[in-house]
Design a protein around this ligand. Sequence first.
Ligand code: SF4
Length: 242
Amino acid sequence: MNLRAGAPPIKGFIETSFVDWRGAVAAVLFLPGCDLACPFCHNYTLASDPDSYLTLELEAVLARLAEFAGWIDGVVVSGGEPTLHPGLDELLDRIKAAGFKTKLDTNGLKPGALQDLCRRGLVDMVAMDVKAPLEPLAYARAAGKAVDIAALAESIAFLIRGGAAHEFRSTIWPAWHGERELKAMGQALEGARAWTLQAMNPQNAWRPQALGEGAPYSQEDIARLQRELADPVLRAPHGQDA
Ligand code: SF4
């Protein structure tokens, strides 16, 4: 395999998680840095101050993962934003060579890297955050920065066209994600395999003041919005897997 750079630094390692890969037990690796500044981010020190974390040795992480062979279904590579690292392919390749499936968590702003990794068979599952309707102002508010909307659209289209097994995830806040916004997001995600809504929680958020006043969606609200607005845009489950 043609690898381009050294594997990126690993700044965090959860040995077993039941919540980071739907239907699977997975280890989770966290990579530093992010090109966004989402006000609700709960991993913000990884994005804003990655040097405050120790770097874990890849060989030590792989040795520990080997002890979990047969116990975990795969390894999630999360962040931060993993696709910022040119050596991500090497990390994924090492994980796959060790016998694990891989899942990539991404904000979708690097469609070229995403497509390259998927086409080379280095990623078995992609979870992409969709933070707002694909409108510049709405997205900038949710992402904390202006973003390349066309890049997001390209990543979404690649995944929906069958580029990889995937799940879209949206963390929603009532003042930002009402019915109009959720319908607009749903239009952009028409035909996806999975789109999961979750309530934005201002506790432990990076910049909770940016969220303004108000309470998060309740779990009952989330269940209703999932049922009424998110699930209907999904591709029928009898289709072929990506
Ligand atoms: S994309 Fe947003 S939520 Fe994800 S790590 Fe970056 S700042 Fe945090």
